[in-house]
Design a protein around this ligand. Structure first.
Ligand SMILES: [Zn+2]
Length: 68
């Protein structure tokens, strides 16, 4: 097991961690509904991608109560 030769001071440790913060994403506006979405991803709120619907929204699916 590797053992460090010198104690890393709080200052040196914290300076190293100064660059560890997570940065926020870069969201785009959905062209269909205007909601913020991740670039190159299907819009989670309306299911559109590049001006066409790729995931049918829940109220578009006709559920037959008598079936099943
Ligand atoms: Zn959308």
């Amino acid at each position: 097991m590797a053992v460090q030769q010198n104690k890393v001071s709080k200052s040196r440790r914290n300076n190293r961690r100064a660059h560890d913060a997570l940065v926020a994403g870069n969201p785009n506006e959905c062209t269909n509904c205007g909601e913020l979405k991740r670039p190159h991803h299907v819009c989670p709120s309306c299911g559109h991608y590049a001006d066409r619907e790729v995931i049918a929204s829940a109220d578009d699916i006709e559920l037959d109560e008598d079936a099943a």
